[in-house]
Ligand binder design. Structure first.
Ligand code: BTN
Length: 339
């Protein structure tokens, strides 16, 4: 029998013993507990109790506070069940070891550190929440604790540097396929790295690469998906453009099963790329291409270029047909829909 992957659980340093005690008091008392009772039993001020409650809320604990009655624990953050993930991915080459954090700065930043220290291919860094989640083009990625999937996979593909970016598309294909299989909703890909559900962004991929020109040393494939995020939990500024799997289907999705499914699908697609090249990646991306035939605007140094998206070429570059019928090729950049 194949042995299971190793799982290392890393508890956040920020969960002070006092905060833990506050949560234990609320757990032991299913009704309301007055702020005064908590402050008496811990020997801290009411204001300090209030601060602890707020920081627990920020970590995904739903705590109701009513004046003159006190606090009541409504819901604890749901955690990924890592032994289930490890069991479901047994035998796969991605998911050979897991590092699970309840809170981290960024899974990509940690995976990059581990990769630079020699961590093997297949190491997965996963977190319930990120303090400084990174997006593409210097943006941030935010997600309420315990509601999304936030993880990074270390790869050592031995590809030329000029091919590595194609793994962004491979990752997107695999994540889209796994979501469709489990959640039964169509997922499209907006070049190069956005997961689109119901015309809105439900997730993104951030690929980071290190190595020499002719050979990549490591790749970190970072994946962020809004899984069980509620509409009210989306940042106000993103409510017109973002969504989650829960918002799209009105169903809570089992994140552990989805994580395992993504790793298995990604593993297969990745092996195929290494053995046979990127033909399958490109074919599958084209089938999910969200931008195809849409009017798009691309930011360039000379200003925005507007045209019609015309698919991707065999290097994974975006093709844009300009009004004068010339086709321009973009290897990177920020593309938006033009209305
Ligand atoms: C984007 O759409 O701009 C890419 C978002 C990628 C977010 C994920 S969340 C897990 C991993 N760790 C990070 O800091 N970023 C990626």
């Amino acid at each position: 029998m194949e042995s299971s992957a190793s799982i290392v659980f890393i508890e956040s340093q920020r969960m002070s013993p006092r905060k833990k005690t506050v949560i234990e008091i609320l757990r032991d008392n299913p009704g309301f507990v007055s702020g005064q009772a908590i402050s008496d039993s811990l020997g801290i001020s009411r204001n300090a109790v209030h601060k602890h409650v707020n920081s627990l809320r920020a970590r995904g604990f739903r705590i109701l506070g009513i004046s003159r009655r006190g606090y009541r624990l409504e819901e604890e953050p749901r955690r990924l069940v890592m032994p289930v993930v490890a069991k479901l991915t047994r035998g796969a080459t991605l998911g050979t070891s897991f590092r699970y954090y309840d809170e981290i700065e960024s899974t990509n930043a940690e995976a990059k550190r581990l990769a630079a220290d020699g961590a093997p291919e297949g190491t997965v860094v996963v977190a319930e929440s990120q303090l400084k989640g990174r997006g593409r083009l210097g943006r941030t990625w935010t997600s309420p604790p315990g509601k999304g999937l936030l993880f990074s996979v270390i790869l050592r593909p031995g590809l030329a540097m000029t091919d590595a970016h194609l793994l962004t598309l491979t990752t997107g294909d695999a994540v889209a396929e796994a979501i469709e299989a489990q959640v039964k909703i169509p997922v499209h890909l907006k070049w190069p790295n956005d997961l689109i559900v119901d015309n809105r962004k439900a997730g993104g991929i951030l690929l980071e690469v290190s190595g020499e020109q002719d050979r990549v040393d490591w790749v970190v494939a970072g994946i962020g998906i809004n899984v069980n995020v509620e509409f009210a939990e989306l940042p106000v500024t993103l409510r017109k453009t973002a969504t989650s799997l829960k918002i799209a289907t009105d169903k809570t999705v089992d994140r552990s099963v989805l994580l395992a499914r993504i790793l298995l699908t990604f593993d297969k697609a990745y092996r195929d790329c290494l053995a046979n090249g990127f033909e399958r990646t490109l074919r599958e991306f084209r089938e999910r291409d969200y931008l195809l035939h849409r009017s798009v605007s691309m930011q360039t140094r000379e200003g925005p270029v507007v045209g019609e998206a015309a698919g991707i070429d065999d290097r994974g570059a975006l093709l844009v047909a300009l009004p004068d019928r010339h086709v321009r090729r973009f290897h990177s950049g920020d593309v938006t829909l033009h209305h």
